[in-house]
Design a binder for this molecule. Structure first.
Ligand SMILES: CCCC/C=C/CC(=O)SCCNC(=O)CCNC(=O)[C@H](O)C(C)(C)COP(=O)(O)OP(=O)(O)OC[C@H]1O[C@@H](n2cnc3c(N)ncnc32)[C@H](O)[C@@H]1OP(=O)(O)O
Length: 359
């Protein structure tokens, strides 16, 4: 028998009493199930691109499609019951969690010296970007665009900058099947890259180690890229049956010339930091032993420059390309939507997942 209205109302009240913040992904699930259980399928207009929080809520609700109200009610009650038991058994907060800015689970965000630092924080998975991390990065960029920092910095925790898209993202198939999965992935990718195209302040990548896939391609949208001499830059798209994203089909040929861009984007040539510097993708390379010290000294000095002058200069330099970049991003995302359904891509991902294949 399904959950009664009373069970549902009691679960709604229990959510308010949870000892531990369940995180954004779970909160979105709760929101979507609540709306579905009380109002049925999503019936409101899609919020605008920059209304990130309401858009994330709308996407979550809309993703439930025609799920019956009774099932949504039951799923809500089950989810809350799971949260209650995990909240009760883990009320001792881990020291690491204390350091993180509230609300983020996959990132550590700090603000100091007028610099907002967004650190990718899944070191055990080489900072692979799962769905939650994509969403949190979009929220973090929106917040950084409005805070009082002058520059925003991305870096990775542990030995990697990032191993790119988390290939296990492909395993979580929604009720609408693989087509819906690919469609949602393309929407997420497009929204994610749009945030980088539109980011108004100087954006800096502190590439502390190897970078793979989408963590490399979006570098073409950054304003400074500092790399440790341990970093490498790898876009193994053909190996994965995939195609370029992050506007790299446009920015890479423009930055490094067609021949070198083809070597990376079609043939998957992995570049050392020195090669990436020679080809204009990296601004400067530092010895790993002094990387952090040198880079942060430099950035702290830059962060004292007048905020508005830097923002307006970025606008002048970048604005005339914005429309083109949005169009390229839309095209790359829609091509990838098809690619993700291809045998080539499915086989490559299965290969990674089954054998933990090294590229
Ligand atoms: C929705 C938007 C979609 C946008 C699309 C973007 C396209 C891309 O980004 S393509 C690039 C995708 N990335 C990869 O193909 C990299 C795959 N990973 C690897 O080849 C290797 O893991 C590595 C070379 C990065 C590191 O090798 P190493 O031997 O040093 O460490 P591992 O033992 O392999 O890794 C530790 C741990 O982390 C997991 N992991 C690492 N990278 C990923 C990843 N990209 N996706 C999922 N999981 C990853 C790895 O499986 C290990 O996990 P376990 O400890 O559980 O075995």
């Amino acid at each position: 028998m399904g959950a009664s209205q009373k069970d549902f109302e009691s679960a709604v009240n229990q959510v308010k009493l949870l000892k531990k913040d369940p995180g954004n992904e779970v909160k979105l699930k709760l929101y979507a199930l609540y709306k579905q259980a009380t109002e049925g399928p999503c019936n409101t207009p899609k919020p605008g691109l920059f209304d990130l929080i309401n858009k994330a809520k709308w996407d979550a609700w809309n993703a439930l499609g025609d799920l019956p109200k009774e099932t949504a009610r039951q799923n809500y009650v089950d989810l809350v019951s799971g949260l209650r038991s995990s909240s009760d058994s883990s009320s001792q907060v881990k020291p690491e969690a204390d350091k993180k800015q509230a609300g983020y689970e996959t990132l550590v965000i700090t603000s100091e010296d007028h610099i907002t630092k967004i650190m990718l924080n899944r070191p055990a998975k080489k900072n692979a970007l799962n769905t939650q991390m994509y969403q949190e990065i979009m929220l973090a960029l929106e917040a950084a665009s409005k805070d009082d920092s002058t520059i925003t910095v991305f870096t990775g925790s542990g030995d990697y900058y990032s191993s790119g898209n988390d290939l296990t993202n492909f395993t979580d198939i929604p009720p609408g099947g693989v087509e819906e999965k690919a469609k949602n992935g393309a929407i997420l990718l497009r929204d994610f890259v749009d945030c980088f195209i539109d980011f108004p302040k100087p954006l800096v990548a502190v590439v502390n180690g190897p970078a793979v896939g989408i963590s490399v391609t979006v570098l073409g949208l950054f304003d400074l890229v500092y790399a440790s001499d341990r970093a490498t830059f790898h876009t193994p798209f053909s190996h994965l049956g995939q195609t370029p994203e992050g506007c790299s089909s446009y920015t890479f040929p423009k930055i490094m010339g067609l021949a070198k861009a083809v070597e990376m984007l079609i043939f998957g040539k992995k570049l050392t930091a020195g090669e990436a510097y020679a080809q204009g993708l990296v601004t400067e390379v530092f010895p790993d032993s002094t990387f952090e010290k040198e880079v942060w000294t430099r950035l702290k000095a830059y962060s004292k420059l007048p905020r508005n002058a830097m923002r307006i200069s970025k606008q002048i330099i970048r604005n005339h390309e914005k429309e083109k970049l949005h169009a390229i991003n839309a095209e790359e995302s829609s091509i990838l939507q098809e690619r993700w359904l291809s045998d080539e891509c499915v086989n490559a991902v299965m290969n990674f997942l089954s054998q933990k294949a090294k590229l």
